[in-house]
Design a protein around this ligand. Structure first.
Ligand SMILES: Cc1cc2nc3c(=O)[nH]c(=O)nc-3n(C[C@H](O)[C@H](O)[C@H](O)COP(=O)(O)O)c2cc1C
Length: 160
C-alpha cells in the first residue's frame, strides 16, 4: 500500500507526511502517480475545493482503498456526508481531515476570487452563529487545523 496526495498550500501535504511517518508507507505526490502500478493499493489525500476533492479524478485507474479530504469546514456528520456524495465515493472509506488556510489576502488567482465571494456570502448573513464567526475569522486571518490526532480514525482503519 502507498499514500498519494494533492495539496496546494501545504496543509494536506503535512497530513500525508505525518501519515507516511506513522505507517512507514511510501508517499507520492499526485504528479508522480504514473510511478505506481495499477495493482498497488492506494490511500489518497486531497484538499477540498468547493466540495470537490482535488486530484481524486486522477485515481480512476488505480486500486484506491481509502480517500481523505482536507478542508476548512468543521468536522460534522453533515459535512462528511456532503463530501462523500459530491465526490461519488462508494464502497471505500472516507476520512475528513480538518486542514487550514492561508489568510485570504495571500491567496492568488481564482482561489482568491472564490474565497472572497465565499467570505462575502458568510459576512452578509444577518444571523451569524459562533461557528460562522469562527469560520470568517479563520478565512480572513488564516488558521492551521492540522493535528496528529485527526489521523486516528484512518490509523485505526489501517490497523496501526
Ligand atoms: C477556492 C477554495 C475553495 C475551498 N472550498 C472548500 C470547501 O468547499 N470545503 C472545505 O471544507 N474547504 C474548502 N477550502 C479550504 C481548503 O480545502 C483547505 O484550506 C485545505 O486544507 C487546503 O489544503 P492544502 O493546503 O493542502 O492545499 C477551499 C479553499 C479555497 C482556496
Amino acid at each position: 500500500m502507498v499514500i498519494v496526495y494533492e495539496s496546494k498550500t501545504g496543509f494536506t501535504k503535512k497530513y500525508a507526511e505525518m501519515l507516511a511517518d506513522k505507517t512507514k508507507l511510501k508517499l507520492y505526490h499526485i504528479k508522480d502517480i504514473s510511478k505506481i502500478s495499477a495493482e498497488e493499493e492506494v490511500v489518497f489525500l486531497g484538499w477540498i475545493k468547493v466540495g470537490k476533492i482535488q486530484g481524486l479524478n486522477k485515481l480512476h485507474k488505480y486500486n484506491l482503498k481509502a480517500v481523505c479530504g482536507s478542508g476548512t469546514a468543521p468536522c460534522s456528520k453533515d459535512n462528511r456526508e456532503a463530501v462523500i456524495k459530491r465526490n461519488n465515493i462508494k464502497d471505500i472509506p472516507f476520512f475528513y481531515l480538518r486542514g487550514g488556510c492561508l489568510p485570504v489576502k495571500d491567496l492568488k488567482g481564482i482561489d482568491k476570487i472564490l474565497m472572497v465571494i465565499f467570505l462575502k456570502i458568510l459576512k452578509s448573513r444577518k444571523e451569524k452563529d459562533e461557528e460562522t464567526e469562527e469560520v470568517i475569522a479563520g478565512l480572513e486571518n488564516g488558521f492551521n487545523g492540522v493535528e496528529e490526532k485527526n489521523l486516528e480514525p484512518i490509523l485505526k482503519w489501517l490497523n496501526i
